[in-house]
Design a protein around this ligand. Structure first.
Ligand code: HEC
Length: 143
């Protein structure tokens, strides 16, 4: 029974993002009234960072400085009904490693590809942890 409740909560929380995405600014404001977890706030911040890097790359700039705030994924507190399971740990470490590669100016792999690999990891983790924000995250891909 308790397990079922957790699943429901998970579903509700992670899908509210989807609704936000599909509807207008007004519902976005409503959504903002919920008190997000430290991790949810951090995720939104990471989204902004990733979007800034996308804009940089698209305008031909080369990002050189790794934003240390990214590392907060290892410490930020998740929503009460979520836990840092093995899956989350594995994905978050891989995510940070890939993220660092964006700033590796000696890499032979094209910048756009290194950047998109990170977005794909955002999505991979979300496929197992929280599917709601995926459509929004996919907009970060550089075509
Ligand atoms: C290691 C797994 C993992 C990775 C990697 C990850 N996320 Fe998340 N993300 C989560 C989890 C778990 C939550 C739910 C957090 C909570 O409710 O405490 C979340 C929540 C979110 C949210 C919703 C926040 C809210 O307002 O409720 C957004 C947006 C988001 N992530 C974007 C991203 C972006 C963009 C990236 C890549 C730059 C990313 N995520 C990488 C696991 C991950």
């Amino acid at each position: 029974m308790r397990y079922l409740l957790i699943i429901c909560l998970l579903f509700v929380s992670c899908n509210s993002e989807k609704q936000t995405n599909a509807t207008s600014e007004t519902s976005k404001k409503e959504y903002d009234m919920y008190l997000p977890s430290e991790m949810a706030t951090h995720m939104n911040h990471m989204f902004d960072i990733q979007e800034t890097i996308k804009n940089q790359i698209e305008s031909g700039e080369i990002p050189i400085e790794f934003p240390d705030e990214i590392l907060k994924i290892h410490t930020a507190k998740l929503s009460d009904f979520k836990e840092r399971n093995q899956n989350f740990e594995a994905f978050s470490h891989l995510f940070v490693e890939r993220f660092e590669l964006i700033f590796d100016t000696t890499s032979q792999i094209p910048l756009k590809q290194r950047y998109n690999d990170v977005v794909k990891l955002c999505v991979s983790c979300h496929q197992t942890e929280c599917t709601g924000p995926i459509p929004r995250i996919q907009k970060l891909i550089i075509k």
